[in-house]
Design a protein around this ligand. Structure first.
Ligand code: ZN
Length: 405
């Protein structure tokens, strides 16, 4: 009898394990192949951003080229949890359009990325899915403009073209639904990387929530309104996450998509579209309103990387790891136990004979304001080092009465 039960338990455990794995592995289909943007650049970027969450496996589906035979484009949507739209081009076949709508109505998730809200101006249901769109002759016939003005939501039916933007610049994104799972735990405002600021978007805006806006400053030919940047919608049983940000053009770098705010909201929005919830932790490098934070390789820098790079730092090298360490210190500045953990690693660098003098100087500069009694012996030791004695003396002077541990 016991044997039989343990066999059953083992059996049940096996299936539980299988179903848990299934729950955390979403399949994403990224559709691209035509765009007025650099889709050859943006598609691999979006795949990298999604797959690094370890929640998604992303396949890229490429449509035929402009004016190509669209009847050959028949992706099997049913294999996927979400469809990511990085497409602005020719109409799909009626069969593929119907299959896409079936997918969304039955609970498939959708991510609308930047110029995908320019696409399919004449496809009524697509415009219901994106909520708001621009360009391609959109006007008042396609729906109102929706934005915030003086903290009030405005649905503006004034006639005029849909979609505009001024020159690219960094701008503050402001949460309007801070309790939504996609935004929960993020700062209420953060500086977004250099990007276009889509404005005057128009559409049916049904079943739509504006999660975050950005003020379109007239200094950048803006509308003087808070324009919608992040939106969620529902269509049938499907959930849609729409980000108007993330321009990728022909330039060598793509600051809009390297922005941590863009990366993290895309990752969280995609998870929400897939399952209605967000399980990802907030990364340490998420920006606040003081300045944009970029991840040039799309990956979060780890603390170990920071210390590895500071160990071999010389003045001709990038300071981004030092800046990252500074951000980590600032984030935990009210938590003495977490500060001490960082301080211990910093002292290890001071004691490490392989570390460069420049690297040690960076550490000393930080210890000057956040060091505790713990670091004092190691800093005093450096007074004997001709190259570092000045920096060490400065740190000890500034540390007068350091934090007790
Ligand atoms: Zn763009």
């Amino acid at each position: 009898m016991i044997k039989k039960y343990s066999f059953l338990l083992l059996f049940a455990g096996f299936f539980l394990l299988l179903s848990c794995q299934e729950k955390t592995a979403y399949r994403a289909l990224l559709i691209t192949g035509q765009s007025n943007h650099n889709w050859q650049g943006s598609a691999p970027i979006l795949k990298t951003i999604l797959d690094q969450t370890k929640l998604f496996t992303t396949d890229i589906a490429q449509t035929p080229k402009e004016k190509g035979d669209m009847s050959t484009f028949e992706p099997n949507f049913s294999k996927y949890n979400i469809v990511v739209m990085d497409y602005n081009g020719d109409s799909w076949s009626e069969k593929t359009k119907a299959a896409f709508l079936e997918f969304v109505k039955n609970g498939g998730g959708v991510v609308i990325y930047h110029e995908a809200d320019n696409s399919f101006a004449d496809w009524k249901e697509y415009n219901e899915i994106i909520g708001l769109g621009g360009w391609n002759k959109r006007s008042e016939k396609d729906g109102p403009m929706v934005y915030y003005k003086k903290n009030e939501l405005v649905v503006d039916t004034t006639a005029g073209p849909g979609g505009t933007h001024g020159p690219q610049h960094e701008y503050v994104v402001r949460a309007r639904k801070a309790d939504h799972p996609i935004l929960k735990g993020l700062p209420v405002q953060w500086m977004h990387g250099k990007d276009e600021l889509y404005s005057k978007l128009r559409g049916p805006a049904k079943n739509m929530e504006i999660l975050a806006t950005a003020y379109a400053d007239t200094a950048y030919r803006g509308t003087a309104r808070d324009e919608p940047m992040l939106m969620t919608l529902t269509y049938g049983k499907g959930r849609i996450f729409h980000t108007a940000m993330g321009h990728v053009g022909k330039d060598a770098t793509h600051p809009a998509t390297e922005c941590v705010g863009f990366i993290v909201t895309l990752q969280r929005g995609a998870e929400w579209a897939a399952c209605g919830n967000v399980t990802q932790p907030i990364p340490l490098d998420f920006p606040n309103a003081a300045g944009a934070v970029y991840r040039p390789e799309y990956k979060e820098i780890t603390l170990d990387e920071d210390f590895d790079k500071i160990l071999t730092y010389s003045i001709d090298k990038s300071t981004k790891y030092y800046t990252d360490l500074q951000a980590r210190i600032r984030k935990v500045s009210a938590n003495p136990a977490a500060l001490l953990e960082l301080e211990k690693k910093m002292v290890d660098i001071l004691k490490n004979s392989a570390a460069t003098a420049e690297g040690k100087k960076l550490i000393l500069r930080e210890l000057a304001w956040m060091g505790s009694d713990y670091c004092v012996p190691a800093v005093q030791e450096l007074l004997k080092n001709p190259e570092l004695q000045e920096a060490a003396a400065y740190t000890l002077e500034r540390m007068k009465g350091p934090r007790k541990i």
